[in-house]
Design a binder for this molecule. Structure first.
Ligand SMILES: [Zn+2]
Length: 328
């Protein structure tokens, strides 16, 4: 698949560049009279392409909301805007929406869909003058709320079918079993920590949960049903209830605590419980097969996984390319 496939859709796939001519992250989709940039950094006055909108799918750093949030042309869900403000300590300057709403971006009706990857994570879909329906997903944990489309723009975080680490299942039961006092979970402050709180509450843990300052602020600011939380201001003892801190802070907690890391990786000192914010490669392939788009563009992350997933999709009869393979 090359850019001519997208031209037939009435879409020109492009990348923003800096004044030094290096590429800005991710992708810009040009169609009709519009340019929608996806998960990229904001441009400056002399840049050759100036987007009409910066779509921010979610607040993870590798999707660059930290930069785009400072443009009045940025667009993201209310929760993503709040997460960006808490994470980066700046005011979000753009437009927000409630996930599920249809919004007008530069005259285009754009529908929004939850991807269940982080709180606030959201996919965008719209139809151009050619009648092509484009869906941009960002990172996806659960594709069941995503609509069908003609042109799918998606991710391959765990997209290499030849890599055993790209196959996993969440061990929610394993996590539920160990939840209790004197237990510490290592989880990233945005995404994994809120997933851990939600699993603990659903499992019936109604006592306190102690979290590091970042995790505490994000969870308190984003989850209305987080229950009683305590902020760990300093690691000096007296931790109440279940403890959730970043993996690298587990060593600062008393040796008497039972410690686990919520991860699919096997290279931590502490025992791992597999809880992921992502779909594995089976889920990604099933998502594309179920949607049956005419073409799939894989725009994230860096590295070889987008090409590996695109090659596999082509093999099973779904036309696909990785962004890095297109001559643009
Ligand atoms: Zn992400």
């Amino acid at each position: 698949m090359d850019n001519s496939t997208m031209h037939d859709f009435g879409i020109d796939v492009s990348r923003l560049t800096t004044t030094r001519k290096t590429h800005r992250p991710h992708v810009a989709l040009c169609f009709d009279d519009h340019v929608f940039a996806v998960d990229t950094t904001r441009t400056f006055g002399n840049d050759p392409i100036q987007p009409d909108a910066y779509l921010i799918t979610h607040a993870h750093s590798d999707h660059h909301g930290k930069s785009a949030m400072l443009s009045p042309k940025s667009i993201c869900s209310e929760e993503t805007a709040r997460a960006l403000e808490i994470r980066f300590g700046k005011d979000y300057m753009g437009q927000t929406f409630k996930i599920g709403e249809t919004i007008n971006i530069d005259g285009v009706e754009v529908a929004t869909h939850p991807t269940h990857h982080t709180i606030g994570s959201c996919a965008f879909s719209w139809v151009n003058d050619n009648g092509t329906k484009t869906l941009v997903t960002g990172d996806v944990k659960d594709a069941s709320d995503l609509p069908g489309c003609d042109f799918l723009v998606t991710e391959a975080n765990y997209g290499d079918p030849a890599d055993p680490s790209c196959y996993f299942e969440d061990d929610v039961a394993g996590l539920e079993q160990i939840i209790g006092d004197n237990v510490a979970l290592g989880a990233y402050a945005f995404g994994k920590a809120q997933r851990a709180v939600s699993i603990a509450r659903n499992a019936g843990w109604h006592d306190g949960i102690s979290m590091d300052t970042k995790g505490y602020n994000l969870t308190k600011g984003l989850m209305s049903d987080c229950g009683h939380l305590n902020e760990i201001v300093e690691y000096n003892g007296g931790y109440e209830g279940l403890v959730i801190v970043p993996p690298w802070d587990l060593g600062k907690l008393p040796g008497s605590m039972k410690k686990y890391v919520l991860t699919g990786r096997q290279d931590y000192y502490y025992p791992a419980i597999n809880i992921s914010d992502h779909m594995d490669v089976t889920g990604l392939v099933d998502m594309v097969m179920d949607m049956q788009p005419e073409a799939t563009l894989i725009y994230h992350p860096d590295g070889h996984r987008p090409e590996r997933l695109a090659a596999h999709l082509n093999k099973v009869g779904c036309l696909a390319a990785a962004l890095g393979e297109l001559e643009i």
